[in-house]
Design a protein around this ligand. Structure first.
Ligand SMILES: Nc1ncnc2c1ncn2[C@@H]1O[C@H](COP(=O)(O)OP(=O)(O)OP(=O)(O)O)[C@@H](O)[C@H]1O
Length: 236
């Protein structure tokens, strides 16, 4: 379970997130949707403990930024950060040790194969393309064996095969009870997988829906109706 209560974040004079509250139930796939600058990354970074903020965040009932919370989530940042001097395989080993993850060699091998990185495992971080870095970043977050997964625009820069694998992985995690939050403005990429949706603009959540509540409405139709201000279909 992921809970965000009255989250407010200001960068000097910019109010990036304005008193936002929402929760993603255990095992659900939550989507933060919104145009550029809506505040999606700020929310994800706040949950990941990378920013100071006002309000309260709870991850598996642990307070955000506590060591207990940090042990149970995986985070895929918008821009992958690699260690220049570690190989792909060493990145995974680093995560295994840092998180005391029980991921096995077979499992890390399978992850690398799934994202077509098997033949890259001896390459250094600074020898990878941006898409490869993104895939390594996803594998590292999965190697934590997290209870909560945070993805910030995870599909950007991935090839079609990796996008398909990532969507499959997300659905498998959800079936295993992992709680997922994905920030994106790429509606097409999350169309088939979302379960609970939070539509944001200008630092606020304008509307939220479960897939059942949205019934047969198309995600594009919902998004554009809400963000273009036809408030008739919004609910509190
Ligand atoms: N480090 C920062 N310093 C100052 N302002 C920032 C900083 N990071 C973000 N902002 C501002 O906060 C607001 C929200 O930005 P944020 O990156 O959270 O949006 P986003 O919804 O993730 O956008 P995008 O889809 O473009 O990634 C924007 O007005 C942005 O200019």
């Amino acid at each position: 379970m992921l809970e965000v209560m009255h989250l407010t974040k200001k960068y000097r004079k910019t109010l990036a997130v304005d008193d936002v509250s929402f929760s993603v139930p255990d095992g659900s796939i939550g989507i933060l949707l919104g145009p550029n600058g809506a505040g999606k990354s700020t929310i994800i970074k706040s949950i990941a403990g990378l920013l100071r903020y006002d309000g309260e965040i709870r991850i598996q009932n642990f307070p955000g930024r506590s060591p207990e919370a940090k042990k149970v989530f995986g985070y895929v940042p918008e821009i992958p950060a690699m260690f220049d001097a570690l190989t792909v395989a060493e990145h995974l080993e680093y995560i295994r040790r840092a998180y005391q993850s029980d991921i096995t060699d077979e499992e890390t091998g399978a992850l690398l194969a799934r994202f077509e990185l098997e033949d890259k495992k001896d390459k250094l971080g600074n020898e990878l393309s941006k898409g490869m870095m993104q895939k390594v970043s996803i594998c590292c977050a999965l190697a934590v064996k997290p209870k909560v997964m945070l993805f910030d625009e995870p599909m950007v820069g991935l090839d079609p095969k990796a996008i398909k694998e990532l969507k499959d992985v997300i659905q498998e995690l959800s079936r295993d009870g992992v709680t997922i939050l994905i920030s994106t403005h790429m509606l097409e990429m999350v169309k088939d997988i979302w379960e609970v949706m939070f539509v944001m603009d200008k630092g606020k959540i304008l509307a939220s829906y479960t897939r059942e509540e949205a019934a047969h409405r198309d995600i594009d139709e919902l998004f554009f109706t809400i963000t273009e201000g036809e408030k008739g279909i919004c609910k509190d």
